[in-house]
Design a protein around this ligand. Structure first.
Ligand SMILES: [Zn+2]
Length: 492
């Protein structure tokens, strides 16, 4: 049991949690965004990240500090918090990125963890191997062994109150990710970054990113805080949180600003293409794009970085409120409409609906049916599972229409796509209080037919009549043959 992470509220596999960081003496509410601070280039001073943006936690690279003489001396002397001017929690990366980029670095896991501890890091990181996507299986396995050796070294190190990351690697092999996550979870390490997903994000492979996260989550306990390492674009926060990620880091706010890229929750814009700012942050309220284009490089970069950070923190708050309100998947649906690759990410998330269902709360806000994907949500899956435990007797009418006159049936249940049949007494329970469109679609009707099938197969001694409102053949084909079919009048 990891007592430094407490899950407070959930929605799908997303959660609002509290990560206690004992060395910093702070508790960070998750989902949280950690701005990346390059100790050499401070686009926005860390003090301002705290005061202006509400950052409770940031991440910096201990390897850069270690390999830069004057930084190293100052960090050892003053400590990292004074060096950066930040009172919140500081996570330090280890140089794994540099190792992957340049092939070698001159420290070991033990040395860099000792160094991180010495300079006052609150969450340290061993030297894992960020294996990129699509490599051969042999390489993925070999590098995973090296990562796991680093985790063993980290476990053996005396790191005091400093929390320690246990990165989960395994490239694009879900079974390797899951097994790696299971072994990481069995260590006494504290935070679980899912590594090497940046290449997937940069090439808009959101579906595979979600598959990687889902695999890692299968290996991790519920009490394991999960960091989606390198994920800083606000457009994917909602779907990644819904998959179970708790921590994000953003280098994107500064890197994108450097080449005039403007982040939005719907994607990335180039400053040169903008006539208007679709944002009301302090920067966008006080300037228009043309003005900003007229500024010198340094000023423009700083203002764009500020906007990028504002929009990122705002999205984290929106995601947290959505968890509170129980409509995180509705937010994911709307984000999925901003880019086809995001839609792939959402569809991949729904491929794991059974996995989400295990963590999804039984009751939350109102279910909104917003697209054909809504028919695949975990709540629909759960309802279908639930109807198999109901045992109506005699002759039962399942109808999309009203209650029939007379007593021709022993019971008359409602049928609402995408859920399918349920007794009227359950009408006021979640998710059957759903708001669904007047104009149903094939996907909802097919899902409802699945619900009919589950109910009928679980009750072989009961007779069923289904009165449907113009369902297509693809839906009716799912209804068992022994169900008598009636068509309601007034079909469209
Ligand atoms: Zn803005």
């Amino acid at each position: 049991m990891r007592d430094h992470f407490e899950v407070r509220r959930g929605d799908a596999a997303g959660r609002i949690g509290r990560l206690s960081v004992p060395r910093a003496g702070v508790t960070v509410e998750t989902p949280a965004l950690m701005p990346v601070v390059n100790p050499n280039i401070r686009t926005i001073p860390p003090r301002e990240l705290e005061s202006e943006f509400g950052a409770e936690i940031l991440i910096t690279n201990s390897y850069i500090v270690h390999s830069t003489d004057d930084l190293r001396e100052r960090a050892v002397e003053e400590g990292l918090h004074d060096l950066l001017g930040f009172d919140g929690a500081i996570v330090t990366d280890s140089g794994s990125f540099q190792l992957a980029e340049y092939g070698e670095i001159d420290v070991t896991t033990r040395e860099i963890l000792d160094f991180q501890h010495e300079i006052g890091s609150d969450v340290g990181t061993p030297i894992d191997i960020p294996t990129p996507p699509d490599v051969g299986r042999e390489r993925a396995e070999r590098e995973l062994e090296q990562t796991e050796a680093a985790l063993r070294d980290a476990e053996a190190a005396d790191t005091g109150e400093m929390l320690v990351n246990a990165p989960v690697q395994g490239s694009t092999y879900p079974d390797l990710r899951e097994a790696a996550a299971g072994r990481a979870d069995a260590t006494d390490l504290d935070v679980f970054p899912v590594g090497a997903v940046v290449p997937l994000m940069n090439s808009y492979r959101y579906a595979e990113m979600i598959d990687v996260v889902a695999a890692a989550k299968r290996g991790l306990g519920r009490d394991a805080p999960v960091h989606l390492f390198g994920a800083g674009h606000p457009m994917m926060f909602a779907v990644a949180v819904a998959a179970g990620c708790d921590l994000f880091d953003s280098a994107a706010y500064a890197i994108y600003a450097r080449d005039d890229r403007y982040l939005t929750v719907r994607g990335t814009e180039h400053l040169e293409d903008l006539e208007y700012f679709p944002c009301s942050c302090a920067v966008c309220a006080a300037h228009d794009p043309e003005e900003l284009r007229g500024y010198d490089d340094e000023e423009r970069e700083r203002l764009l970085a500020e906007h990028n950070l504002h929009v990122s923190f705002a999205e984290i708050r929106r995601v947290k409120q959505a968890i509170r309100s129980g409509n995180l998947l509705e937010l994911v649906e709307s984000r999925a409409r901003s880019h086809p690759a995001m839609l792939d990410g959402y569809r991949a998330l729904l491929d794991h609906a059974d996995q989400l269902e295990r963590e999804d709360p039984i009751s939350k806000g109102s279910f909104f049916y917003l697209s054909e994907e809504s028919a695949r949500r975990p709540e629909v899956r759960r309802h279908h599972e639930r109807v198999t435990r109901l045992d109506p007797e005699g002759e039962v009418l399942l109808t999309e229409g009203g209650i029939p006159s007379g007593d021709a049936y022993d019971a008359a249940w409602r049928v609402v796509p995408p859920f399918g049949p349920f007794p009227r007494a359950l009408s006021e329970t979640y998710p059957l209080t759903a708001e669904v469109p007047e104009r149903s679609d094939r996907h909802a009707q097919e899902a409802a037919a699945e619900g009919v099938r589950e109910l009928v197969e679980a009750n072989p001694g009961t007779e069923f009549v289904l009165a449907h409102d113009d369902w297509p053949a693809s839906a009716l084909a799912r209804v068992p043959d022994r169900v008598a079919i009636e068509t309601l009048g007034g079909g469209r």
